[in-house]
Write a protein that binds this ligand. Structure first.
Ligand SMILES: *[C@@H]1O[C@H](CO)[C@@H](O)[C@H](O)[C@H]1NC(C)=O
Ligand SMILES: *[C@@H]1O[C@H](CO)[C@@H](O)[C@H](O)[C@H]1NC(C)=O
Ligand SMILES: *[C@@H]1O[C@H](CO)[C@@H](O)[C@H](O)[C@H]1NC(C)=O
Ligand SMILES: *[C@@H]1O[C@H](CO)[C@@H](O)[C@H](O)[C@H]1NC(C)=O
Ligand SMILES: *[C@@H]1O[C@H](CO)[C@@H](O)[C@H](O)[C@H]1NC(C)=O
Ligand SMILES: *[C@@H]1O[C@H](CO)[C@@H](O)[C@H](O)[C@H]1NC(C)=O
Ligand SMILES: *[C@@H]1O[C@H](CO)[C@@H](O)[C@H](O)[C@H]1NC(C)=O
Length: 286
């Protein structure tokens, strides 16, 4: 009997954490520790609600929807599916702060990061390492009422095109800035003297929810979770100019045919269509 206690305790904790999620009325689609978003990005870390601290805020995102979208270097600029850019902010309606993690322009002495899609160019996972700015220094829960420490969202904004349609989506991942953040960093990550960038150099106006309209932005819904049948049409920038992955190059195909390496349905030159029908018939008669 005694051996069952740890399990029921675990169950109780699971229920409590479910309740606390329910209270905030936000649902996350998580599978094997990966958090799916309304876009190609999949968050590998951190998990929602994690207490964070240390030298930097670290965020790991897969920008290929687990391999379903090639990296930018392998895509034609006119590809029907691609990521234009990804920006990130750290904001809180509790502390009334809104900091730039990356707005696409490295600013404030490198305190704000450069374009996320351009870092680790050959890597499908982008590791965002953002040095905590000075007003977040501390240890534990905030005590002073005006403390900048507390609960935040990592706001991940994706500008992307999916099958010819452009989207700008907003995905807010809650975390709490409650672990220790020391005054000085190890000097290799902060300013040269090891001090932290100022919060002022990273601050943006905080907009009200109705000025942002997340619901309207995210009508595309969470994408690419297990069981999601969304097909991704792409045009590759590879050596095969047709890049459709359906077979040998077809001289009659052109960029406008929009054939993707995922082998999606698309307008096809009739000769190629006839070839495919031929293959299908041959298979059926086996
Ligand atoms: C969360 O999921 C539950 C169960 O599917 C649903 O009833 C609820 O409306 C969802 N809440 C939000 C905010 O989407
Ligand atoms: C985090 O984002 C959610 C959804 O956008 C929002 O309802 C909530 O108020 C935000 N939390 C904080 C601390 O700002
Ligand atoms: C992101 O891409 C969109 C669409 O192409 C563009 O309008 C916007 O200026 C870009 N933003 C950044 C920060 O690069
Ligand atoms: C932080 O670094 C500055 C500049 O090097 C130094 O003056 C200060 O004593 C350091 N503070 C701590 C707490 O180590
Ligand atoms: C990007 O963020 C930095 C730091 O907050 C700011 O100085 C800069 O003006 C921002 N750039 C754009 C284009 O928003
Ligand atoms: C934070 O600032 C950025 C840049 O100005 C803005 O795009 C974003 O909507 C702001 N977020 C909030 C919650 O105000
Ligand atoms: C949000 O956007 C939708 C669709 O564009 C619109 O119907 C709705 O009124 C907007 N909500 C707010 C609060 O602006």
């Amino acid at each position: 009997m005694a051996s069952h206690r740890p399990r029921s305790l675990g169950l109780l904790l699971a229920c409590l954490s479910f309740l606390s999620t329910a209270v905030h009325a936000i649902n996350f689609t998580i599978s094997n520790g990966q958090i799916f978003t309304p876009g190609f990005a999949i968050v590998d870390a951190p998990q929602p609600g994690t207490p964070l601290g240390g030298d930097f805020l670290q965020v790991a995102i897969d920008v290929t929807a687990d391999g379903r979208l090639p990296l930018p270097v392998n895509l034609a600029t006119g590809s029907p599916s691609l990521i234009h850019n990804i920006t990130m902010f750290l904001y809180s309606y509790d502390t009334k702060r809104n900091f730039t993690i990356s707005n696409g322009t490295a600013a404030g002495n490198g305190a704000a990061l450069g374009p996320i899609m351009l870092q680790e160019i050959t890597s499908t996972v982008k590791h965002v390492n953002w040095v905590w700015p000075d007003c977040l220094v501390g240890n534990g829960q905030p005590i002073a009422l005006d403390s900048a420490r507390g609960v935040y969202n990592i706001s991940i904004r994706q500008n992307f095109r999916l099958n010819g349609v452009d989207h700008y989506t907003i995905f807010d991942l809650p975390i709490s800035v409650t672990n220790e953040i020391s005054t000085n960093t190890s000097s290799s990550v902060g300013n040269e003297d090891g001090s932290r960038p100022s919060c002022a150099s990273l601050e943006n106006p905080l907009l009200a929810p109705d000025q942002i309209n997340v619901t309207a932005a995210d009508t595309v819904g969470v994408l690419f979770a297990p069981g999601d049948a969304t097909q991704v049409q792409v045009q590759s920038s590879g050596t095969d100019p047709t890049g459709d992955g359906l077979g040998p190059s077809k001289p009659t195909a052109n960029a406008g045919d929009g054939l993707g390496s995922a082998g999606v349905r698309a307008v096809m030159p009739s000769s190629a269509a006839a070839l495919l029908v031929g293959i299908a018939v041959a298979l059926l008669s086996l």
